[in-house]
Design a protein around this ligand. Structure first.
Ligand SMILES: Cc1cc2nc3c(=O)[nH]c(=O)nc-3n(C[C@H](O)[C@H](O)[C@H](O)COP(=O)(O)O)c2cc1C
Length: 369
């Protein structure tokens, strides 16, 4: 038999969203036992590590808005999670503008040294103009934000890998700069978030990982084909992570009922205001294919379109859909939950083993073929 185009022998990786901002990962008044505080998050990181998660992703927000009333800072918080785990890699979100590459390179190199190379970064390019205004940062046009992010990434890589690093960009400049100590091995992996053409082009040139919003396997495959074609033309290789909100129950009806309850309790004003903000942020993206370009009201109740990926059903259905994502070229599933500690433990006990069994069966079929 023939296997799907993108089927990769490596096991799919799992990451979870660190709830380091308040309100959980849905804009809904449904009861959530998730907390944004440090103790809850330290315990969650240990649960996730034991459950078989490879990565945790922190978020960066500088101001409140649409639910995130309190927000812990991403780099400091990532280090706190690394301090209580031994294998988990933590991805710290960095926003060029508030961060410059000099400070970011130094901070991350030190954390890398302190944690045997378990720190990674997620370069985000900004969607919240009100946040930039509040902190006195210029709000650049969409594609200019990506031009700056690309220079930010090139600067980080140069500082981390070269002595006497010299760089002449429009946003950043270095002259014979040598960082000591450099990060520990392995080098910090560079993730990025965004789905627009500018985001995909940047991924195909400089990022190790492309993170995108929730989507169907067909929607993901179109992005993967585009990125991988461009990356191979550039002699670059990039992996893909997709967001999903997981609701696992004994029956599909029960899982769908939970989704309905989340939607019924959505805060309509907050969801509409968030929708206005993100669509406005993507407007300058000339081709109109940004992260939220096609999001409906229901999609926006989860910040990154996580219901669209449809990991909502029984453990068997969820495992099969994860393998379908892998067939579409996904290397990592980035997951959010309603009650993080309980749901992450459940996912590790009941869903990851099913995914591994399906992958092993695929592998055997591939060998036989
Ligand atoms: C997985 C993921 C994580 C993100 N995390 C953050 C974050 O912590 N802070 C932030 O301001 N933006 C975050 N973003 C938003 C992106 O940086 C970007 O602004 C947004 O996806 C719009 O990009 P686009 O219009 O190019 O598609 C994230 C996006 C994704 C996909």
């Amino acid at each position: 038999m023939t296997l799907p185009n993108h089927f990769a022998p490596e096991p799919i990786r799992f990451a979870y969203w660190v709830p380091n901002v308040s309100g959980g990962l849905v804009i809904s008044k449904i009861e959530q036992r998730t907390s944004w505080d440090a103790d809850y998050n330290r315990k969650l990181a240990q649960i996730a590590e034991a459950a078989g998660f490879d990565y945790a992703l922190t978020q960066i927000r500088f101001t409140a808005g649409y639910g995130a009333e309190f927000q812990h800072e991403s780099v400091a918080f990532s280090h706190a999670l690394l301090a209580v785990t031994t294998k988990l890699k933590v991805i710290a979100a960095l926003l060029p503008g508030p961060w410059n590459p000099t400070i970011a390179a130094k901070q991350i190199a030190t954390i890398s040294q302190l944690t045997n190379g378990r720190i990674a970064i997620n370069v985000v390019s900004g969607w919240f103009s009100g946040e930039f205004r509040a902190i006195g940062e210029p709000w650049l046009d969409h594609d200019e934000r990506y031009r700056r992010s690309e220079e930010f990434i090139r600067s980080l890589r140069g500082i981390w890998t070269q002595d006497d690093f010299t760089f002449r960009g429009d946003f950043y400049r270095y002259t014979n700069y040598t960082l000591k100590p450099k990060p520990a091995d392995p080098q910090p992996e560079i993730f990025q978030g965004g789905s627009s053409r500018a985001a995909r082009d940047m991924a195909a040139r400089v990022s190790d990982w492309y993170f995108t919003n929730g989507n169907t396997p067909e929607g993901i495959r179109a992005q993967v084909d585009d990125i991988q074609a461009k990356a191979s033309a550039n002699g670059h290789s990039v992996k893909v992570g997709v967001n999903a909100f997981v609701i696992a129950r004994d029956t599909e009806e029960e899982a769908r009922a939970v989704l309905q309850e989340i939607l019924d309790n959505a805060d309509p004003d907050a969801v509409k205001a968030f929708g206005h903000e993100v669509k406005n942020a993507g407007k300058a993206s000339p081709e109109g294919e940004g992260n939220w370009a096609k999001s409906s009201f229901e999609d926006l109740v989860q910040y990154n379109d996580g219901f669209k990926t449809n990991l909502i059903g029984t453990p068997d259905q969820i495992a099969e859909r994860i393998v379908a994502l892998k067939d579409a070229g996904v290397d990592l599933a980035l997951l959010a939950f309603l009650h993080f500690q309980e749901d992450v433990a459940y996912f590790g006990a009941h869903i990851i083993p099913k995914v591994r069994a399906l992958e092993a069966a695929r592998e055997r079929r591939a060998e036989a073929a």
